[in-house]
Structures are given as C-alpha cells and as structure tokens.
Design a protein around this ligand. Structure first.
Ligand code: DQA
Length: 137
C-alpha cells in the first residue's frame, strides 16, 4: 500500500514548537519512524508538509496514494476547503493529532473534518502517527 502522510501548518516546527504540548520529536524524526514502520508492513510512505492550504489540496489531487494519514493542524477547526477535498477521496483517511484537541481551548473542540475521515487518533503524541499506520493495516 502507498500511504501519503500529509502534515499541515506549523508541523514543520515540531521539536521546538511548544514542546510542552507537542514534545521534542522533530517532523523528520517522525517521518523516519513512520517510513521504517510502514516498510515492516510492506508499505511505501510518501510524505508532504505544507503551510499552505491550496498546496495541501493540490497534493491530494495527485491521487497517487492508497491511504492517507493527515495531521491538518489548525485547518482541522475551520477549513471547509480541506473538508471538501477529503470528502472527494475514496481511500481510507486517518486523522492524527499529537495533542488531545478535545481537552484544550474551546476552538480546538470544533472539528469540521471528523465526519469525512475514517478514524481519528488524538493525544498519543508522535506515536499516534505509527498507530495510524497500524489502523490502516
Ligand atoms: C494539532 C492540534 C491543532 O489544534 C493545532 O492547530 C496543531 C496541531 C495536533 O497535532 O495536536 O497545529 O493538530
């Protein structure tokens, strides 16, 4: 299976960004762990990070993957454009959040993507990305 992992805005800064919330693991470290874990299951990992909503939608339009793991960052809480893009996919979509978005500020409790994703994993830290691969398998 070809799995695309798409990370949205500010996730490029993992490791130094609010480490008390998101931990000290960097995005390249997460991707390396994911790639190794995916390979164990015979899966190929494609990865993409962008701070630009249109860039994320353009990447999804390439349709070169069999499953999607997405951490949409703050887009989770308001992006109907991303919601429409996810709704147009026919493959499994696992939504990952490093933090427990349900236990933070009120605006993070609003999720406009949940019902167009297959499964959500939140609050497991970076391990959530590995759990997402297991969920696909
Ligand atoms: C996040 C949670 C979002 O609310 C926030 O905007 C992020 C990261 C998480 O992984 O916990 O950028 O998606």
């Amino acid at each position: 299976m070809r799995i695309l992992v798409l990370n949205g805005p500010n996730l490029s800064m993992l490791g130094t960004r609010e480490p008390e919330i998101y931990g000290s693991t960097t995005l390249p470290e997460i991707i390396a762990d994911m790639r190794a874990h995916a390979a164990e299951g015979g899966h190929e990992l494609l990865d993409f990070q962008t701070n630009h909503e249109g860039g994320a939608i353009d990447r999804l339009e390439q349709r070169d993957f069999d499953a999607l793991i997405i951490n949409p960052g703050a887009w989770t809480h308001y992006s109907y454009a991303l919601r429409d893009a996810l709704a147009s996919l026919t493959c499994p979509v696992i939504e990952v959040h490093i933090s427990d978005v349900t236990a933070r500020e009120d605006f993070r409790k609003i999720n406009v993507l949940t019902d167009v994703t297959t499964q959500q994993i939140a609050g497991s830290g970076p391990r959530g990305y590995l759990e997402a691969i297991d969920a696909l398998a």
